[in-house]
Design a protein around this ligand. Structure first.
Ligand code: GZL
Length: 327
């Protein structure tokens, strides 16, 4: 990723010395060059999980470091609030809008308003369903279906010595969000390939510790034999640990657990043997967002899709990573 010492623009809107700041004919003329520091209007999903808190921190820190003026709104998981925030950014004529869509559908009308106002839109983290991909200039984030694939693959390999079927239950994120849908699909795609893992039942845990605990308690009542849990994020996995312990079971041993995110709390539980694998979905996409935001007005062409980093942690790699873990 190119680094640049982004210097705030002079009053005349002159482009100061920037790596990749070409002359007018090289620049994408769709967007007006800001006449001062770039103003970014950001709508965040909420503050539902440790991952989300780290994502917010990454965006705020990167905006400050790149001298981008950030207008930030937390929608508390409410799409209506996100749409209202985007409309307020349009009304106040920010230079660029970015948001993590709480659900996949229902965005076209407000994104058409942004396009009609000549304001570019960047998706971060989650994705939208639209027939008109021109409504956003770039999306930055993880491939959620591959996270589901990896969770199933590592869980399945953990049962190499086991010849029978493995009864799995799933703790899902919020209904209608792209990580919920795609992690669900990805996990099943790999699980059904060899048939060892059987997804016996699923329950929404809404990305939270409390939600994961409540969902796990329901599944313990409904499913006769549970061998393993696929929790679609760490926080719900931590909730499952509490429910399993309350039921007299040893999480990570009697019931194996795989989660996604790789927050500090998730890696700590993994290092302690209460989780078995954690698939990383890095929340630290702030710098990638600022690079796109600056390139929109001053840099080279902007990629339609910018992927965030991914890894899978086991107990040993979690212990190694914890001392330096920033989130
Ligand atoms: C994934 C992100 C999800 C995290 C959850 O990119 O949208 O939302 O996995 C968070 O922890 O709540």
């Amino acid at each position: 990723m190119r680094r640049r010492s982004f210097i705030s623009l002079g009053a005349a809107g002159m482009c100061t010395v920037l790596a990749g700041c070409g002359s007018d004919e090289q620049r994408d003329s769709r967007w007006d060059v800001p006449s001062g520091p770039i103003v970014l209007g950001f709508s965040q999903v909420g503050s539902e999980s440790g991952w989300r808190a780290a994502n917010t921190a990454s965006i705020k820190k990167a905006a400050e470091r790149n001298r981008v003026t950030l207008k930030f709104d937390n929608a508390d998981g409410d799409q209506k609030k996100q749409i209202a925030a985007i409309q307020s950014y349009i009304a106040t004529k920010v230079n660029v809008i970015a948001f993590s869509p709480v659900v996949e559908t229902g965005w076209d009308p407000v994104l058409r308003q942004a396009r009609d106002a000549g304001i570019p839109v960047v998706l971060t983290d989650r994705l939208i369903e639209t027939a008109d991909e021109s409504l956003y200039v770039s999306s930055i984030g993880a491939e959620f279906s591959s996270e589901g694939n990896l969770a199933a693959l590592y869980l399945e390999n953990d049962y190499d010595e086991f010849s029978g079927h493995v009864n799995v239950v799933e703790l899902r994120g919020t209904p209608g969000s792209s990580p919920t849908r795609l992690r669900t699909e990805g996990f099943r795609e790999t699980a059904y390939r060899h048939g060892k893992l059987r997804v016996m039942d699923s329950e929404p845990g809404n990305w939270t510790v409390a939600g994961g605990e409540a969902a796990m308690k329901k599944l313990l009542r409904r499913v006769k034999r549970i061998d393993a849990v696929f929790a679609q994020n760490d926080d719900m996995g931590l909730g499952a640990i509490k429910a399993l312990q309350a039921a007299g079971k040893k999480p990570g041993t009697d019931v194996r657990i795989v989660t996604v995110d790789a927050t500090r709390a998730g890696l700590k539980a993994l290092a302690d043997g209460k989780l078995n694998y954690v698939v990383e979905c890095s929340p630290e996409i702030g710098e990638q967002l600022m690079t796109v935001v600056i390139d929109l007005f001053f840099g080279a062409d902007v990629q339609k899709r910018v992927e965030s980093q991914k890894a899978v942690f086991d107990r040993n790699s979690a212990a190694d990573a914890l001392p330096d873990r920033t989130y």
